[in-house]
Design a protein around this ligand. Structure first.
Ligand code: FAD
Length: 477
């Protein structure tokens, strides 16, 4: 019989649950990807690195499927229309896909399933993008965890070789349906143009993911120490690949788990980060209101009267707050679509607790700009920084941008790269240029005026304001 595999955020051929199950059960298996117009039309900037990343990865996958005797059918339109139509044209018995945990995606999948059912076809969904999904890790009373540490403990207790085993897709590839090579839409025909992606040294597709992972494995032991320093190559840079599934989470976790059992502390910490990813997916699944109604995770933090100054927000977005570490981070985001995790925490805390701007504004800006944007992790990260989330830090713990800068970019290397106008400052002044010439434009002894803004706010004063804002407006449970 025939089947159709519908790829979404799983752009690979190896260790792929839906592809494996379809190939194992059916003799003629088609594979399709839809550039979903509901998603594409919502993107206002038509220079979007994500689109280019996906386009490159889809192109690579199409060639790989062709080499294996099949092809990838690529469509542009609403998934709710395109998938049932393809299923009808190809006369398949069923459609296979990997499960998504975002409420909006779940609603889309339900619509597709309904349309298919009208023609007596079933949509089969599989766990693939996480190690443990929705209801696999619950508290003793059968509830989803709202706090990370006990969740992680339960996760690690359950994790074993069975859950990490790869799906042996290769064994069944002869069941790919042979067909004449189908066309691939160009990026331009989708309404998008090339970005600076190629200059970013961010390799795309399955090959790019394997290359990055291989590189990371050489230094995973140092992860624990190196991961906090944005000027050091300490992290894996795999987030965009996990976002689009060009690499399997099982492959990554399997390696990290084995190394960590052998006493590799870096691997153990990295595995913990992968568990954070699972954690936020399950939070997102169990709290659809976070996405659908933009709610705070903790209802008592729903009504915080943020000042929401538009000029300050624009300065934050553009990297001209006068706080070098914040500005360097925002410029990294704008220029590359990536931001180091330590800096995501710093700029998020700064937006909410120094500029007193609603975390949702920052969350949205990240959603527009991050190449690895993922609703679950992004919302989790923002609500953590705003102290409105699960496992929240208490609201009175507020990052000091200057000391974060001194601690995590001590030599000012990262700042010098993204705020080159400050490059000549010494290792002390670079974290707080205002300290050299209070009240005046920055003036250096041997240099003309530096064209860099004075700090937008006084951290100590804003901190007091933030504390008062939270203290006076958090509703008692
Ligand atoms: P590594 O340090 O190598 O970590 C490996 C993988 O673990 C990451 O690729 C990611 O999949 C996962 N991971 C690590 N930290 C977290 C975390 N805190 N939450 C969930 N998963 C994690 N991550 C995203 O993937 N998409 C987002 O949209 C996103 N938005 C964020 C917003 C804020 C305000 C904050 C504080 C964090 C956000 N993160 C997000 C989490 C984290 O910053 C990135 O996953 C990480 O910086 C990606 O770089 P890496 O792949 O080199 O990470």
């Amino acid at each position: 019989s025939k089947a159709l595999v519908w790829l979404r955020r799983d752009l690979r051929m190896e260790d792929h649950a839906a592809l494996y199950h379809a190939l194992k059960r059916h003799q003629q298996v088609y594979v399709a990807f839809v550039f979903d117009s509901d998603i594409l039309d919502a993107l206002s900037d038509k220079h979007d690195r994500r689109l280019e990343f996906i386009w490159e990865s889809v192109t690579e996958l199409k060639l790989a499927l062709q080499a294996a005797g099949g092809d990838l059918l690529v469509r542009h339109g609403r998934a709710q229309t395109e998938i049932p139509r393809l299923a009808q044209q190809l006369q398949v018995a069923a459609v296979y896909a990997n499960r998504d945990y975002e409420p909006l995606a779940i609603a889309r999948d339900e619509q597709v399933a309904q349309a298919l059912l009208g023609e007596e076809r079933t949509l089969h969904l599989f766990k693939d993008q996480v190690l443990f999904e929705q209801d696999e890790i619950l508290t003793q009373t059968g509830k989803p965890y709202g706090v990370f540490t006990p969740y992680k403990r339960a996760h690690l207790a359950k994790l074993n070789a069975f859950y990490l085993k790869a799906y042996p897709v290769q064994r069944y590839l002869s069941n790919l349906a042979a067909m004449p090579a189908a066309a691939m839409p160009s990026l331009e025909s989708l309404g998008f143009s090339r970005t600076n992606l190629k200059s970013l040294r961010l390799p795309t597709g399955m090959a790019g993911a394997q290359q990055l992972f291989h590189d990371f494995l050489q230094r995973i032991e140092d992860y624990e120490q190196a991961r906090n320093y944005p000027a050091i190559k300490g992290v894996s840079y795999l987030s965009v690949h996990l976002r689009f599934g060009t690499i399997s989470i099982r492959q990554l976790a399997q390696a990290a788990w084995q190394l960590s059992l052998a006493g590799n502390a870096g691997a153990a910490t990295w595995l913990s980060e992968l568990i954070w990813r699972d954690f936020y997916f399950q939070v997102c699944y169990h709290r659809p209101d976070l996405q659908l109604e933009r709610r705070a995770y903790r209802p008592e933090y729903e009504q915080l009267p943020f000042a929401n100054d538009r000029d300050w927000f624009a300065a934050w977005c553009e990297g001209r707050t006068g706080f070098p570490i914040v500005d360097a981070a925002m410029r990294q985001l704008n220029q590359t679509g990536y931001m180091h995790n330590r800096l995501r925490m710093v700029v998020a805390s700064f937006l909410v607790k120094d500029l007193l701007i609603d975390w949702r504004w920052g969350e949205q800006y990240f959603a527009d700009k991050l190449i690895d944007f993922d609703f679950a992790a992004n919302n989790g990260g923002w609500q953590w920084a705003a102290s409105t989330g699960c496992d929240a830090q208490p609201y009175f713990r507020i990052f000091n941008p200057q000391s974060q800068s001194e601690k995590f970019d001590a030599q000012g290397k990262f700042i010098r790269k993204y705020v080159p106008e400050l490059a000549a400052l010494d290792n002390q002044l670079i974290h707080a240029p205002w300290a050299g010439t209070p009240g005046k434009k920055h003036q250096l002894p041997s240099m003309p005026e530096v064209d860099y803004p004075l700090p937008l706010v006084n951290h100590a004063l804003q901190r007091e304001q933030a504390l008062a804002l939270y203290k006076n407006n958090v509703k008692q449970k």
